[in-house]
Structures are given as structure tokens and as C-alpha cells.
Design a protein around this ligand. Structure first.
Ligand code: CP
Length: 307
């Protein structure tokens, strides 16, 4: 039996593997691939314990378009709801499925513990601390838009969350990039993962930095990126959190500081919170190309894992 691979954390992928997935996603996005045979005969489970519009649809359509059969499990469908352990659940599913795309509330540790087996690919469709397939789709969109990754500078404003962590881990694999994260005090990126990303980045002359003070905004940016303030499935302990977040809204005024920058957002968006409507709906916004590329990148991920 051919061994199956996993996408659980971007820490596990080499720079070349990451680039291969990005380049393949671009090929799919540009319609350069005949689809339908890549995953023929495969059965893929899609198990989302939390809400999703894009990621769930992206992986489901990707699997179907590449010829796989799909079983979709809703949050209440499996016996984990009646007390069966995730370990047992994954052990059973691995005897029947070729791949499982999973969004859970837990940390990736439970997925990683199970990644020793090679019967069934596991794709992390978002855990508490990382959203690796979002970063793969984002880097696909960025490389497609600019024709390169090297030399690009990104400014991120908003919460330090699973998308920002994945973005940092992804960018760390490529040379001569820069990302400056601006996060509210106490809503920062996981320090351990950020430090890991910084160290990896430094090996390639890439800069990853985090500030809480907007006076540190750089002079130039090619991309301004934000995410919604209330990350899926999370709540904020501080009742006055909005006051802390408001300075980090992406406004037209901020975009004017970066006249050549495009705007990106992983969606879902809350216009008037993290971004002004005129920015996300304006000419510099590529958010729906970005969303579409989740489906093309999902094809690249599934193909890389299972072929
Ligand atoms: N960006 C993203 O992960 O969207 P969904 O939560 O809708 O999947």
C-alpha cells in the first residue's frame, strides 16, 4: 500500500513541499490541469466540528472534482459525541477512508499523535492554534498575483490567531520576505510558534516581526491583510476588547499609506469591525480570488497527500 502523507502543521512541510503545493494550486487556479482522475477510487471524509463556509466547501468540491467520493460528517454525527475517544475514532476511520479533512476545537496534538499511521491522510482544516490550509491558499494567491514571493512585504493588522500563526510558519519557508504583524496587546500570536517561525525565517533572510504599537508601521507594503476579530469558535475574556481592537481596523486612510498595496482577508468578514466596507469592496481587494483559491489549493493539498 502506498504511504499517505498529512498536512497537520506547516512546521512539518519542507520549503520545497510547500512550494510544490503552492505551484500546483496555481496550475489548478489557472485551469491548466485536466481534472477527474487524480483521486479516482479514493474515499475522503470531511468532518467539521465547527462552522465553515469556505474550507469545507473547498475540500469537498476539490475531492469531487478530482474524482474522489466524499463522506461528510457534521458536528453531531460521530460517536465521539457519545463518549468514544478521538483516538479510537481516527483509528477506525483510517481502516476505511483514504483521507480525512478535519476541523476541530482541539490543538493539533491529537492529530499529530495519530499521524504516525500512513493508511489515511489527515488534513488539518483548522485547529485552535493553526490554520495551515488557509496559509497555503493565501501564499498560492500571493504568488499567483505577484508572480513571486521573494521581495514581498506584508502588513497584518488584527488578532493574533490560527491564521496568523500559519501565515508566519508559511512565510518563514521563503527567502527575502517580510511580514509585520500588528496585534492588540494580549491578543498576540502564540509566542512559541512565532519564535519558531522567526528563527526559520532568519535562515532565509526573511523578517517576521510583531508589534502592538501602530507607530511602528513600515513605510511600504505590498499586501495589507486582516482577519475577523472574533475567530471562529472563540470568545474573548476581556469585556472591553473592542476598545483594544479598534485602532487596528483597516481603513481607507491606512490603505493610503500603502498606495501600491492590495488588500487580503481570509473571510468571513465583518465590515465596520476589522475593515471598512470601502476597503474590502474596493478595487485593491482580492478577497474573492483569495477565497476561490482555497478550492484550487485544496486540490493541490489532497493530491499531494494521497497520490
Ligand atoms: N477562512 C476560512 O477558514 O473560512 P471558513 O471558516 O468559512 O472555512
Amino acid at each position: 500500500m502506498k504511504k499517505r502523507k498529512h498536512v497537520i502543521s506547516l512546521k512539518d512541510l519542507s520549503p520545497q513541499e510547500t512550494l510544490d503545493i503552492i505551484n500546483r494550486g496555481i496550475e489548478y487556479s489557472e485551469g491548466n490541469v485536466v481534472q477527474g482522475e487524480q483521486l479516482k477510487g479514493k474515499v475522503i471524509g470531511i468532518y467539521f466540528k465547527k462552522t465553515s463556509t469556505r474550507t469545507r466547501t473547498a475540500f469537498t468540491t476539490a475531492a469531487l472534482r478530482l474524482g474522489a467520493q466524499v463522506i461528510a460528517y457534521g458536528p453531531n454525527d460521530l460517536q465521539v459525541n457519545t463518549g468514544e475517544t478521538m483516538d479510537d475514532t481516527l483509528a477506525v476511520l483510517s481502516r476505511m477512508l483514504d483521507g480525512l479533512v478535519l476541523r476541530t476545537a482541539e490543538s493539533p496534538a491529537i492529530l499529530r499523535a495519530f499521524a504516525n499511521q500512513e493508511r489515511m491522510s489527515i488534513v488539518n482544516a483548522m485547529t485552535e492554534d493553526e490554520h495551515p490550509t488557509q496559509a497555503l491558499a493565501d501564499l498560492t494567491t500571493i504568488k499567483q498575483h505577484f508572480g513571486k514571493l521573494s521581495g514581498l512585504e506584508i502588513v497584518y493588522l488584527g488578532e493574533g490567531n490560527n491564521t496568523t500563526t500559519a501565515l508566519a510558519l508559511g512565510i518563514a519557508k521563503f527567502p527575502n520576505m517580510k511580514i509585520s504583524f500588528f496585534t492588540p496587546q494580549n491578543y498576540n500570536i502564540d509566542p512559541m510558534l512565532l519564535n519558531y517561525a522567526k528563527e526559520e525565517a532568519a535562515k532565509r533572510n526573511t523578517v517576521i516581526e510583531e508589534f502592538h504599537d501602530l507607530s511602528n508601521l513600515p513605510k511600504r507594503a505590498d499586501i495589507v491583510y486582516t482577519t475577523r476579530w472574533q475567530t471562529t469558535g472563540t470568545t474573548k475574556p476581556d469585556a472591553n476588547w473592542r476598545e483594544l481592537f479598534e485602532p487596528f481596523t483597516v481603513t481607507q486612510e491606512l490603505m493610503h499609506q500603502f498606495p501600491n498595496a492590495i488588500f487580503m482577508h481570509d473571510l468571513p468578514a465583518h465590515r465596520g469591525d476589522e475593515v471598512e466596507a470601502s476597503v474590502i469592496d474596493g478595487v485593491k481587494s482580492i478577497v474573492f480570488d483569495q477565497a476561490e483559491n482555497k478550492a484550487h489549493s485544496a486540490k493541490a493539498v489532497l493530491e499531494w497527500c494521497m497520490r
